[in-house]
Design a protein around this ligand. Structure first.
Ligand code: G6P
Length: 501
């Protein structure tokens, strides 16, 4: 929600601060301020001998004529000062190495160096890491919005996530994962927003592939209710930012209740949630700037599918043949996603109609119910159209009363075991004049008709189908928002990282 960027360096730091603030804007602000201290006049402390870190003293006589080239060389090495920020993205391109502070740490910055003291005032050394964010492209490239860029990055970030995956092994989740996985008998997932929807999707995989009873809770609910802890439960916190206050507090609450087996799936290295959990999985979505999460969601799904497969294998429920088939499907995902992204022109045509509505219903069944929830969330977040998602079997228990010619009903209709049931639900909508927008698989045999619009996905993707089916819903929300002229990347009143309750 808030962001800080600071610098102490020999060069003019104002552009660094302004650019840093601009990059932090995505976290959601309504105000900002800058303060700069300058001391240009000749003073004793500026005069030579010039000391560095108290170890090197430089004395020179006269004018340094090649000072410009020296300055350029030294700036290109990047060791011209020290910076601080609440988000590494603010400093990408200006700093190469970074240190994450622990809770309660106090840091003192000078041009020459930094010193850190812990909450008790004792000097401490914290690990210095290479700044990965410098590698992440923070520019828009040919795209109009970050959200659009991030939707189209999904094939490459998923390829990046799976390219080294040759088997499902506990070590993917940390050195102690094998011992932890041997002890667990159930899973409790804690998350917020889009990450909660990836948790809901994972429940289907964990129960069907690994046969582990799984519950999924909204972090802000779990932390305040009485629950009955089972010490053999794996507590799984999912978060793009790794900084969401409710998810972090829920994880700490679980630990206070006695849960020792904790795993964090996060997209930001060194983030608080990642550091709080015993086991980790770092998703490889890269920096996500658009407030509405897209590529972080699909990379979370990949991570959670890998977790389900790993647990299944560890529990003797995955033979080599099935493991190879699952790995093959994961490796083919980027190509399949490219096929889905090619549907954009058809989706843009639908978005034009949807943009004129003020309400929409989303339907899905089984593992695609959380995908319908995610589609509705995307639409309401960025287009401000009121959207609700239902498990299609629930239509008759309430939402059917809302269905008229004015109600668009977006349906996720893959060719799975529930398709025939879903077709009956669609008939109920048609009978009331509702306008259906159906994403079906190529072989679903649902044909377009008056009031029934169909876009066919290129292929049915079995267990991993949710990863493909969410993409057209992201595109639909994006193009609907564009048609309504909203601020797609920074929707009103929403923030990327919600670090307060
Ligand atoms: C905010 C963001 C959402 C995100 C949610 C959880 O509400 O706008 O896009 O899903 O926080 O964030 P996390 O970083 O924990 O996944």
């Amino acid at each position: 929600m808030c962001g800080i960027v600071g610098a102490i360096a020999q060069r003019n730091v104002t552009p660094v601060l302004l650019e840093g603030l601009r990059r932090l804007e995505y976290r959601g602000y309504d105000s900002c301020g800058v303060a700069v201290l300058q001391d240009g006049e000749p003073l004793t402390r500026n005069a030579h001998p010039i000391f560095s870190s108290g170890e090197i003293a430089l004395v020179h006589n006269g004018i340094i004529e090649n000072h410009e080239s020296l300055r350029e060389t030294l700036s290109a090495l990047g060791r011209d000062g020290n910076y601080l920020a609440s988000d590494t993205m603010a400093l990408a391109g200006n700093a190469e190495h970074f240190i994450y502070l622990e809770e309660g740490d106090l840091v003192s910055l000078s041009r020459e160096g930094i010193s850190i003291a812990d909450r008790d005032g004792n000097p401490v050394a914290r690990e210095i890491r290479e700044l990965e964010a410098t590698k992440a492209a923070v520019g828009l490239g040919p795209y109009r919005h970050y959200m659009q860029k991030e939707i189209f990055e999904q094939p490459s970030v998923i390829a990046d996530s799976t390219e080294h995956l040759v088997r499902f092994a506990p070590a993917l989740f940390g050195a102690h994962a094998n011992a932890v996985f041997a002890e667990i008998d159930s899973v409790l997932i804690l998350a917020c927003g889009t990450s909660y929807h990836s948790g809901m999707t994972a429940k289907y995989w964990l129960e069907s592939i690994s046969r582990l009873p799984t519950s999924v809770e909204i972090a802000s609910e779990y932390r305040y209710r009485d629950s009955v802890p089972n010490p053999r439960t794996l507590v799984l916190a999912i978060s793009q930012s790794g900084e969401t206050a409710d998810t972090l507090a829920a994880l700490k609450h679980a630990q206070v209740l006695g849960h020792r087996h904790t795993l964090a799936v996060c997209n930001v290295a060194g983030s608080a949630i990642l550091r709080q959990a015993a086991l980790h999985f770092l998703t490889r979505a890269g920096a996500e700037i658009g407030v509405a999460s897209t590529k972080a969601f699909t990379t979370q799904l990949v991570a959670l599918f890998v977790l389900a497969a790993t647990l299944a294998k560890r529990r003797g429920m995955l033979d080599a043949h099935r493991e190879a088939a699952m790995l093959g499907q994961l490796h083919h995902l980027p190509a399949a996603l490219n096929g889905v992204l090619a549907l954009a022109p058809q989706i843009i045509a639908w978005a034009g109609s949807l943009a004129r509505k003020e309400n929409a219903l989303f339907l899905g069944r089984g593992i695609h119910y959380p995908i319908a929830l995610e589609g509705a969330l995307k639409l309401k977040e960025i287009s401000y159209i009121h959207a609700e998602a239902y498990a299609a079997g629930e239509l008759k228990h309430g939402p059917l009363a809302l269905v008229t010619e004015q109600m668009p009903v977006v349906t996720v209709a893959p060719n799975d075991a529930l398709l025939e049931k879903l077709k009956s639900n669609l008939q109920e909508v048609r009978a009331r004049g509702g306008e259906l927008y159906v994403f079906s698989d190529a072989d679903s045999k649902i044909r377009s008709a008056p009031g029934l619009h169909v876009i066919r996905m290129p292929e049915h993707y079995g267990l991993l189908s949710p990863i493909l089916h969410v993409v057209p819903l992201q595109l639909l929300a994006y193009h609907t928002a564009c048609a309504r002229g909203t601020d797609v990347d920074k929707p009103r009143d929403l923030a990327k990282s919600v670090t307060v309750e």
